[in-house]
Design a protein around this ligand. Structure first.
Ligand code: CAO
Length: 427
């Protein structure tokens, strides 16, 4: 038996390279190709192997140290015949033994696996105790980026080595096991804002916290696209004024829009569908339960008008009023809040032009309606003033494509000017 000191091999041009992992410990029996430490420069990660067969006496460096070529990093106890053999056979160029991984090959994996922080959150993994595991530096780097504990990964490579495919499989299986609904992880640094001036703290209610989580979950999980358009509302507003006068009732333009949208959805069933939980099918609905976003002192609540496609404008109007009243008094029933298939968020009474409404999953579409405004346009008759309604349709791009969405918004523009349809749908 003899003790041998192993030095860091020639690192080429790299200097002051950081030790990012220690892969063995004192007492371990190692082969010459077994990784002992992993170094990382700005360009590459590099596994430094034992370069001798024997028992590790000590590792002379620690994680975070910076090292250079030639620095002793390992004391190893080797048997005499191995020492003799080593002395007879000229050592191979240590560079060849130590496996360097280019940035390019590492990037491929990162791309395939989306943002590390996000993935880490959804995988709910953080422990990175990856010692005594056989894996190349690229695999180790990727595992570190995603916070994957290599001991949890099933190796399929030679000598139980973990391959990049094993990491992919691990991530895939954890993602499919991760909860789909309301998977919400939020990270925000704990900042003392009073450092910059006086502050007040206001606790969020349970409702506000859950609504915050729902909005964030929807925004993170659904690939939103918002299609904006303007619809000529002149005819609708004139017909509305006439019908309201005739029937001596007051009906908001929102009820008219809600009715036309509910009817039009029959021709655009994808906007009224849901994706199933494992994204293998879509569920098309023969009913339109129309969610209406209601502003309350507590925050936004979205009750829905059941079977809006079967109801008249007057009926929809009175249901919206009842639901909005109940929402403001916090008297909505659970059933009022469940089962919506498409929603409208109206800022029509307030103002602004165009916004990006956030989809209420499992719905796949929401129509944002802004305040109509007058503008002068040129037509065959010359210049004339007309009322235009800015609309913003947010849709889940996994279920709906842009052509479909713009066909819907264009058709909606036509339907909102269809006097016969409006009159017929009124009562
Ligand atoms: N363009 C012009 N005027 C409009 C309009 C439109 N698109 N929609 C409504 N109005 C006018 C009506 O004509 C009526 O005015 P008059 O009394 O002068 O006729 C008034 O606005 C009615 O407003 P309302 O708020 O009482 O009724 P509504 O039917 O428009 O809306 C409700 C009901 C419940 C949707 C609304 O009260 C509300 O809560 N809106 C906020 C929704 C919200 O916060 N969405 C979220 C946006 S993003 O987070």
């Amino acid at each position: 038996m003899a003790n041998k000191t192993i030095n860091i091999p020639d690192l080429g041009e790299a200097e002051d390279v950081e030790v990012i992992e220690i892969c063995a410990k004192a007492g371990d029996q190692v082969d010459s190709e077994d990784p002992i430490i992993v170094l990382e420069s700005d360009k590459a990660a590099m596994e430094i192997s034992a370069s001798a067969i024997g028992k590790v006496i000590s590792i002379e460096v620690s994680v975070g140290d910076t090292v250079n070529s030639g620095l002793p990093f390992l004391q190893i106890e080797v048997s005499d015949d191995v020492v003799e053999k080593d002395e007879k056979v000229p050592p191979k160029n240590t560079d060849q033994k130590n496996h360097t991984v280019s940035e390019e090959s590492e990037n491929i994996k990162s791309e395939q696996l989306a943002s590390p922080e996000k993935l880490k959150n959804s995988l709910n993994i953080s422990n990175t105790n990856n010692e005594n595991i056989y894996a190349g530096p690229a695999v180790r780097k990727l595992a570190r980026e995603f916070g994957i504990e290599l001991s949890q990964v099933q190796p399929t490579g030679p000598k139980n080595r973990i391959q990049k495919e094993d990491l992919h499989l691990f991530v895939k299986s954890r993602l499919s096991a991760a909860p789909q609904e309301n998977s919400f992880e939020f990270s925000q640094p704990d900042i003392d804002y009073s450092k910059w001036g006086p502050i007040k703290e206001q606790k969020l209610s349970k409702f506000q916290k859950s609504s915050l989580a729902n909005l964030h979950t929807s925004w993170i999980n659904i690939p939103h696209v918002t299609q904006h358009d303007e619809c000529d509302l002149t005819i609708l507003l004139e017909t509305r004024a006439r019908l309201c006068k005739k029937h001596k009732i007051k009906i908001s333009p929102l009820a008219f829009i809600a009715k036309i949208v509910s009817q039009l959805l029959a021709d655009y069933p994808l906007l009224n569908c849901s994706l199933d939980h494992n994204l293998e099918k879509i569920i098309l609905k023969d009913y339109v339960n129309l969610g209406i976003a209601v502003d309350t002192p507590e925050g936004l609540i979205v009750p829905n008008v059941k079977n809006a496609q079967l109801k008249s404008i007057v009926e929809i109007s009175s249901e919206i009023s009842e639901l909005a009243q109940a929402a403001k008094k916090r008297k909505l029933k659970i059933a009022d809040l469940k089962g919506a298939s498409f929603s409208i968020s109206s800022l029509g009474a307030i103002g602004g032009r165009f916004f990006t409404p956030i989809i209420n999953p499992p719905e796949v579409g929401i129509l944002g309606v802004s305040k109509s405004y007058e503008k002068v346009i040129s037509s065959k008759a010359g210049f004339e003033g007309r009322s235009f309604l800015p609309i913003s349709l947010s849709y889940d791009h996994r279920a709906i494509n842009g052509v479909y969405a713009v066909q819907f918004t264009s058709q909606l523009g036509e339907a909102l000017s269809d006097n016969e349809l409006i009159e017929k749908s009124f009562k």
